[in-house]
Design a binder for this molecule. Structure first.
Ligand SMILES: Cc1cc2nc3c(=O)[nH]c(=O)nc-3n(C[C@H](O)[C@H](O)[C@H](O)COP(=O)(O)OP(=O)(O)OC[C@H]3O[C@@H](n4cnc5c(N)ncnc54)[C@H](O)[C@@H]3O)c2cc1C
Ligand code: FES
Length: 271
């Protein structure tokens, strides 16, 4: 339960409200291991502790990378940190994306907004084990062109053999000549074998809600659709009940679930 001190090694601004930090253990000793989809609890001294997914490459364990959107008191304080600053880390926690189950299959990754960050490690993992996976389709939606995360990497991935990357924005500007509209609409343009595909979805619940029927309509069964649930958390280890729905704890039974398991809790409001 006790946070371990980590130093901010590098700080990179991604968009107006989003930044990435790489963190190293203050002890200088430990290597950081995680699997795609897991998260850390980051403690910003003087503000609080928040769950944040790990957005770096799972095969590179010398630093731990997080991509954070500044939305409230704790994330705003994290945004102000500079290299050399100290934060507390507990983790990694949570059930990861099913990269093992997806071996030998096509992958459809659907991301909205900051939901791109928890899916990036899946792409790194697939690139590092390319012969074990089929086609990879990444469908990503951002509010505006200025809000698109990891643009340089998106470009790189889109020219990788067997990859299809489609980006859409809610609102375009005069320089944008790509897709405009909601992410689920991109599913009809995606080329993959729906009978041998695992889908992983991360983003606003409304986006997930509309993506799921588009996938099931073309034959991706609910047990092959995985979603990452986002709920407020305190302990992150199944003790406090803060993230509990019925018998499910999002922190320890998730955040990644097969849709078939959480369908009944989906879109239920937190109180
Ligand atoms: C498993 C998990 C992984 C996450 N990964 C990331 C990540 O990689 N990058 C990132 O930027 N954020 C991530 N988040 C969300 C992040 O934890 C919240 O944005 C953060 O807790 C906000 O804290 P705050 O004190 O800055 O703002 P708060 O004052 O707590 O919140 C500001 C606003 O955001 C809303 N909000 C806060 N937390 C959540 C939440 N969990 N779900 C929905 N709305 C919320 C509040 O209702 C409020 O409107 C993740 C959340 C979970 C549960
Ligand atoms: S955050 Fe405490 S039980 Fe999940």
């Amino acid at each position: 339960m006790e946070p371990e001190p980590y130093h901010v090694q590098t700080y990179q601004r991604e968009t107006d409200d989003t930044f990435s930090v790489s963190l190293v253990p203050a002890s200088g000793k430990k290597r950081f291991k995680f699997v795609p989809g897991q998260f850390n609890m980051i403690y910003a001294f003087g503000a609080g502790e928040v769950p944040i997914s790990i957005s770096g490459n799972p095969a590179r364990n010398e630093t731990c990378i997080h991509t954070i959107r500044s939305v409230g008191p704790t994330t705003r304080l994290l945004e102000a940190l500079q290299p050399g600053a100290t934060v507390g880390i507990r983790g990694p926690f949570g059930v990861p994306w099913p990269v093992d189950r997806a071996r030998g299959k096509d992958l459809v990754l659907i991301a909205g907004g900051i939901g791109m960050a928890p899916l990036r490690p899946v792409i790194y993992h697939v690139l590092g084990n390319r012969d074990q996976y089929g086609r990879v389709v990444l469908l990503y939606g951002a509010r505006t062109p200025k809000d698109i995360l990891f643009s340089a990497e998106l470009e790189q991935w889109s020219s990788t053999k067997g990859f299809q990357v489609e980006v859409t924005v809610d609102t375009a500007d005069s320089h944008w000549n790509g897709n405009v509209g909601v992410v689920p609409k991109l599913i009809t343009h995606a080329k993959f074998n729906s009978l041998n595909t695992v889908a992983m979805i991360c983003g606003p619940e409304i986006m997930m809600r509309y993506s799921i029927p588009e996938l099931t309509d073309i034959g991706v069964t609910e047990d092959r659709i995985y979603i990452s649930m986002e709920r407020s958390m305190k302990c992150a280890i199944g003790f406090c009940g803060h993230c509990q729905y019925g018998g499910i704890f999002v922190c320890k039974d998730g955040p990644v679930f097969p849709y078939s398991q959480v369908r009944k809790f989906f879109l239920r409001k937190e109180f």
